[in-house]
Design a binder for this molecule. Sequence first.
Ligand code: NAI
Length: 500
Amino acid sequence: MVTRVGCIGAGYVGGPTCAVIALKCPDIRVTVCDMNPTRIGQWNSDKLPVFEPGLDEIVQKCRGVNLFFTTDVVATIQESEVLFISVNTPTKTYGHGKGRAANLKYVESVAREIAKVARGNKIVVEKSTVPVKSAQSIADILKANRNSQNKFQVLSNPEFLAEGTAIEDLLNPDRILIGGEDSPDGWKAIETLSSVYKRWIPADRIITMNTWSSELSKLVANAFLAQRISAINAVSAVCEATGADVGQVALAVGKDSRIGPRFLQASVGFGGSCFQKDILNLVYICESLNLPEVAEFWLNVVSINDYQKQRFAKRIVNCLFNTVSGKRIAIMGFAFKKNTGDTRESAAIYVSAHLLEEGARLAVYDPKVEADQVTRDLNNVTGTPDVVRDQVEVCSDPYEAARGAHALVICTEWDVFQTLDYARIFAGMPKPAYVFDGRKILDHEKLTKIGFEVETIGKRVRNVSQSHPAAITNGAGSGDGATGLDSCEDATGPDSEMTL
Ligand code: NAI
């Protein structure tokens, strides 16, 4: 029976996963460690480093009872029978495989540390998302560096939680995947880890398989999810050009039981720390295996996502009479999705950077993202801290962000945006007042009745002014025809500049 579980990496995965293990297994002592003392300090405080609905309550209940957060990596390794590796595996930014391959330096350094300090036998569980055969590399490092008495079994146990619903996903997962060595010791290790999950998850949802299938399944699952988003987003461009409504198309397509309705919501594009990174990793693996056609197929999922963000950002500029220079624009939502404070790869960052480059002044509001995070992200992506300092204001109130703005740009689908007093907001904006709904969450009819010009993804909204001058310059008439350009379509070329 397992009595001590440890986890290296107290991030979005390590923290919530261990909190749920502690909740469901009160007799197991769960220790989460991280080399970052600030992060551990936050886990031990009232303001956790990760916002997830339901997480605070669990941490409050278990912390100091059977859940501990520490910077003491050595003690955590030595004390634990089952040891999760839950460190970050970002895309490499240098050297061979730059921009594609996963950077495994954190995983490797943890493996070396375990080999150096472990006492006794351990089950090492690869929870981080890694390329196929990483478990073998971990096992090789452990074997080459271990103290002769120690024995290790390495398992692959990828995490499928989604940020924003992490606790619900951990309490009630679709499946738990465990990959291990096909040997009596391997089976025993799989059974030991399964016994932890079986405390709250039905046995038929615990799938076991060989290590390589398990590692690859995680990458493929994310690639499939992202592929659905890119597929519907590609369709959204066709809808905008034809007058079809992507919501209606998604409804019709999703009713087919072979397809199903989920992940068919068109938007400004997917973000988050995982989809792009994991697909690029898959692309790199395919290229390394000399499978260029397969690599190209998956790469297109990322390309369409980039195209979608770019299309949306350009549409904002085009609609605002082809210039946003000096105009205040409210960025509503900065997290990559609702119910998280995580901004990694958020579409809002790309859209904001594009608008800054065009000279806009941005007022950013997000209920869960801190001001310094917004600044850091924009500094990183633009490389121009002066511009960010001069042109970006982070607001703590949505009405403050909207005041005086030429446009509201909905980048994150926070529920709170659906219940704002838009008549009040409209009154404080220069006219025409625009809403760009990148998440398709607002009541467009209501907004147009108030007087807003509404632009959204994959659908033409019948706006207050059915044609505005930009439509005339691009030669598309009223923009109301079945195949004509919408008034805000990309109007490139020398004639496209709007002259007021
Ligand atoms: P994160 O960046 O939030 O957390 C990783 C933590 O590991 C950091 O706090 C870092 O300080 C710590 N760390 C790195 N090296 C260390 C070392 N040698 N010793 C001690 N601590 C160390 O990352 P996140 O989001 O939790 O992701 C972890 C892994 O889980 C990644 O491989 C990711 O792809 C995967 N994953 C992430 C999901 C998500 O929604 N964020 C979902 C499913 C999988």
